[in-house]
Design a protein around this ligand. Structure first.
Ligand code: NAD
Length: 379
């Protein structure tokens, strides 16, 4: 299925806002694989955008890609460096596999180009810090591509927490998974993906709850990773199983600043339907967020708040809010508007640094076989 079809499955109405602009953004696409399709489809919906350049390491891939999407007069390059050298761009989408996120983003920022970077931010915490240093030096907009942030139900979760109805939050359980759903392709080798399910879908589960509670600093982590499914020819063809060297399952117990415990698990494959709903427990109430078919960018059903009213234990149902437009269009639009209006990045690296620190911490703790302290680098 095409990327845009999958990612826009919650789209109900196409409201076209009128956008005032005095010039067109000159946009370049770095990496013309699967997710670049959704970027191009959304950029095409923006009247103030002209896609002028694209780059991919695979010979001829970028040319075929733009032809397939009917985008004409795009100059194609064999890598991001030659594209940045030869073009005067306002913005780029970094749609490469995780292992080259840092390099492409830093090079673009150093050339004074605004960046929409696909999730996860990168692979290691050191890379995340280098990206943020380049961002700071450049003064350009850098946003990380977590499109579920635009989903009304995700916004509602944050509103519920911020309303105070849950009281002080002290424990969160989050994560999700698929019974059998390893993506294959460039996602299953360290040399391209760097990290497996943990980075691919784990970053979303972490963002859902951390964003709701204001991204407190992570302090310590006990992490576990395994890959019993991806490496097994019982479940996957030998051509995939024999090169699989990332995680397909991860679990962790994380202490956050403010006395909050985060209990997390994520799976690309397992003998189970779901490793559980997301729950946010507070002193005045708790919120249950039904797990999704991992990961489709919204909630899996009506949420419930468990609380006491006048001495009675009651449950308040929060109905699912229908989508009001493509999450990808919102993600691209919010990036362009931040550049245009000189406003902060919609999904700032100052938050996602903590998301990346947890992912990095889980990998390091799993390797060490013990709890570790999370060190946040100075930027
Ligand atoms: N936001 C979402 O919903 C969503 C969904 C799927 C994937 N993603 C993310 O998007 C990224 C890409 O995923 P994909 O499925 O498109 O992968 P992919 O392997 O299909 O495409 C990546 C492309 O990047 C190219 N590339 C790598 N380094 C490059 C460089 N230095 N210069 C130019 N091209 C380079 C590769 O040759 C490849 O064609 C991943 O980080 C993934 O996590 C996001």
């Amino acid at each position: 299925m095409a990327a845009d079809e999958v990612l826009s499955q919650f789209k109900q109405s196409e409201e076209k806002k009128e956008i005032k602009f005095d010039k067109k953004f000159k946009v370049g696409i770095i990496g013309t694989g699967w997710i670049a399709e959704a970027h191009v489809e959304s950029y095409k919906n923006m009247p103030d955008v002209e896609i002028v350049a694209g780059a991919d390491l695979i010979d001829g891939k970028a040319e075929k890609f733009f032809k397939r999407f009917g985008v004409e007069n795009v100059r194609c390059y064999p890598d991001h460096k030659s594209m940045l050298e030869n073009e005067e761009l306002d913005a780029v989408s970094v749609c490469t596999y995780n292992a080259t996120h840092a390099e492409c983003t830093i090079d673009a920022l150093n050339k004074g180009v605004n960046v929409l970077l696909e999730k996860p931010m990168c692979v290691t915490i050191e890379e995340a810090a280098d990206i943020m240093r380049a961002e700071k030096k450049s003064g350009k907009v850098l946003t990380v591509g977590f499109q579920p942030r635009g989903d009304e139900n995700m916004i509602k979760i944050k509103e519920i927490v911020e309303s105070g109805v849950l009281g002080k939050i002290y424990y969160i359980q989050t994560g999700g998974g698929r019974r059998r759903g390893i993506p294959g392709s460039t996602f299953i080798e360290k040399k391209t993906a760097g990290v497996g399910a943990l980075g691919d879908i784990g970053c979303y589960s972490l963002d859902m709850v951390l964003n709701a509670i204001g991204y407190p600093k992570p302090l310590t982590v006990t992490g576990y990773t395994s890959n019993f499914f991806g490496t097994s020819t019982e479940y996957y063809p030998p051509e995939d199983a024999n090169r699989f060297d990332v995680d397909d399952f991860a679990a962790a117990f994380i202490r956050l600043e403010g006395g909050i415990i985060l209990d997390f698990r994520i799976a690309w494959a397992m003998h189970l339907d779901t490793p559980g709903d997301t729950i946010i427990m507070g002193t005045k109430g708790s919120l249950r967020i039904p797990s999704t078919e991992c990961w489709n960018g919204t909630v899996g059903g009506p949420m419930k708040i468990y609380h006491d009213v006048a001495g009675s234990m009651v449950e308040t149902v929060i109905p699912v809010i229908p989508s009001n437009g493509s999450l990808f269009d919102k993600k691209i639009r919010s990036f362009l508007d931040a550049i245009k209006n000189h406003t902060p990045a919609p999904v700032p690296t100052s938050q996602i640094l903590y998301n990346q620190a947890i992912i990095d911490g889980i990998m390091k703790s799993a390797q060490a076989g013990k709890e570790i302290e999370i060190q946040i680098p100075e930027i």
